[in-house]
Design a protein around this ligand. Structure first.
Ligand SMILES: C[S@@+](CC[C@H](N)C(=O)[O-])C[C@H]1O[C@@H](n2cnc3c(N)ncnc32)[C@H](O)[C@@H]1O
Length: 201
């Protein structure tokens, strides 16, 4: 698999990553997670989990009979996530979204918060997500910005993330269709990007 410079970039940010979130961000995120269909007992995959910002919101909803599995290819992020959330219903795996170390049809839902735009091979990641999701399971792409706000922010930051952006709605619909996803719904407004698709394999 080709080397991805994002790995080292996010490794270097892991130690300070949690300081970036304000109480307001967490409150907004909690309202966004309310929009996802998360029920007790679900096995959820959090792709590009970073230090685990979504874990508490998700693990409380799935309860002790469910599981939240975070995946990140930055070892520093994954280790921090593991330290931050030492709970029985949370596990963290250091892996690449392009090559997920999970069996077919394992998960009831997958989510990627503030990460999908950074995936260097989105088509391959989607085909892996298709493989590991159960039929009928949803995949959500979330950002607390519109696609335009996100592209502008990455452009301002520059360097490795300069050109990281979300696909256009048409591109994303095409990618989803090519990876067995249907019932695509895309919300792209200032302050919130939320795409949902249901696995139809
Ligand atoms: C902007 S951070 C967001 C982290 C976390 N979701 C949050 O909001 O705090 C993006 C994360 O995606 C991870 N990432 C990027 N490409 C990845 C890939 N191909 N496989 C796994 N993780 C990836 C990075 O290492 C980084 O931790």
């Amino acid at each position: 698999m080709s080397h991805d410079k994002h790995q080292g970039f996010f490794d270097s940010l892991a130690a300070e990553w949690d300081l970036m979130f304000t109480a307001e961000d967490l409150e907004r995120l909690s309202h966004v997670v309310d929009k996802l269909v998360v029920t007790e007992g679900m096995d959820i995959l959090d792709l590009g989990c970073g230090t685990g910002i979504l874990f508490d919101l998700l693990r409380r909803r799935v309860g002790s009979s469910g599981m939240v599995t975070g995946v990140d290819f930055s070892i520093q992020m994954a280790q921090k996530a593991h330290r931050n959330f030492p709970f029985d219903n949370v596990s963290v795996v250091d892996a690449d979204a392009r090559n997920l170390p999970f069996a077919e049809s394992t998960y009831d839902m997958a989510v990627s918060f503030a990460a999908f735009a950074h995936f260097s091979d989105k088509k391959r990641a989607l085909s892996e997500i298709d493989r590991v999701l159960k039929p009928g399971a949803a995949f959500y792409i979330l950002h607390l910005q519109s696609s335009l706000e996100l592209a502008e922010e990455h452009n301002r930051i520059g360097g490795i993330v300069q050109d990281d952006k979300l696909p256009t709605a048409d591109e994303l619909r095409e990618m989803f269709a090519a990876s067995n996803f249907e019932q695509v719904h895309i919300e792209d407004n200032p302050g919130l990007y939320l795409a949902k698709a249901v696995n139809a394999k």
